[in-house]
Ligand binder design. Structure first.
Ligand code: XIL
Length: 302
């Protein structure tokens, strides 16, 4: 195969990247995106602070740029993200429970309605669990004021707005079997048993030396798949360089391909030049858009 997209496609998978609207005008950025990827996730443009900066006043301009670029190239779009404690405008935190519930449902409804029919999968709720051994929910306006039921409510609202979009729960440090992933696993199991609509779980997969690719990564993806949901690798980046980084990337791809319900992989950026890990080099293309050993490892694993 001649690109990540065509190689993944031959295996029935997508290969995506996070995209920032502000870089689409850079020709090397756009040509690398268009040549190599067949799915995109807006890196920041669909977050609450971007789409509803003040209550019930919506702005979709920069997210629309990404969606129309993707549609023009036949790329899938992953919608990211509807309900998250971060990049949340301060007005949301100031609402009482009754207003927060209606604001959450209104936000989901307006954003999903705007993109209805154009989104492959939505990260409906992002990062609702704490790190560490407790398996507890993370404090957020949603958790603190609406209680444990907010996730279920968000998914039910999302299904009613766009029944054709896959609805995902997305998180980090859930890539291996641990207390946090066990908590998410139990939530998904409960949702499936009670008919709460959930179609997929996203595993962010931000790896570095302190948080390497877990040895039980594939087993963890498989146990979620066995609950009857698709699994997506949603924000993959791996710190490092050279052959060590390449080996880790290859192992992630092999783990996904070994799980039939792992439907695709998204890396968290096109080029090291614009990685959110500003000091690091965690992606497949270097800052001059040259293919790195990690790129070759991904392509040969696909
Ligand atoms: C990051 C973006 O890459 C940055 O540009 C932004 O400043 C902060 O958010 N988990 C997520 C992503 O779900 O939305 C985050 O993206 C990275 C961690």
């Amino acid at each position: 195969a001649t690109s990540l997209a065509s190689a993944a496609s031959a295996k029935g998978r997508y290969f995506g990247t996070a995209v920032a609207a502000g870089h689409l005008g850079e020709s090397a950025y756009a040509s690398t995106l268009d040549a190599e990827f067949n799915a995109v996730t807006p890196e920041n443009e669909m977050k609450w602070d971007a789409t509803e900066p003040s209550r019930n006043s919506f702005s979709f301009g920069s997210a629309d740029q990404i969606v129309s670029h993707a549609q023009g190239k036949g790329m899938k779009v992953r919608g990211h993200t509807l309900v998250w404690h971060s990049q949340l405008p301060s007005w949301v935190g100031g609402l009482n429970a009754t207003d927060l519930r209606s604001a959450m449902n209104n936000h989901i409804t307006q954003v999903m309605q705007h993109y209805k029919g154009k989104i492959y999968a939505w990260d409906v709720v992002n990062e609702a669990y704490q790190d560490g051994s407790s398996g507890a929910r993370r404090s957020s306006p949603f958790q603190d004021k609406l209680g444990n039921g907010f996730i279920e409510e968000a998914f039910r609202t999302a299904r009613s707005v766009d029944p054709n979009a896959k609805l995902c729960y997305n998180d980090y440090n859930t890539d291996g079997v641990n207390a946090k992933s066990n908590a998410v696993y139990n939530m998904v199991k409960d949702f499936k048993s009670r008919g709460v609509p959930i179609d997929c779980v996203g595993f962010q997969s931000h790896f570095n030396s302190a948080s390497p690719v877990p040895s039980d990564y594939q087993a963890n993806l498989q146990r979620f798949a066995d609950l009857g949901v698709d699994v997506h690798i949603t924000e993959l980046d791996i710190e490092g360089s050279g052959s060590a980084q390449a080996t880790n990337y290859g192992n992630v791809v092999k783990a996904c391909l070994a799980v039939s319900r792992c439907t695709g992989i998204t890396v968290w950026g096109v080029t090291d030049k614009y990685s959110w890990r500003s000091g690091g080099t965690p992606l497949l293309f270097d800052s001059n858009y040259a293919k790195k050993p990690a790129y070759d490892a991904v392509l040969s694993a696909l």
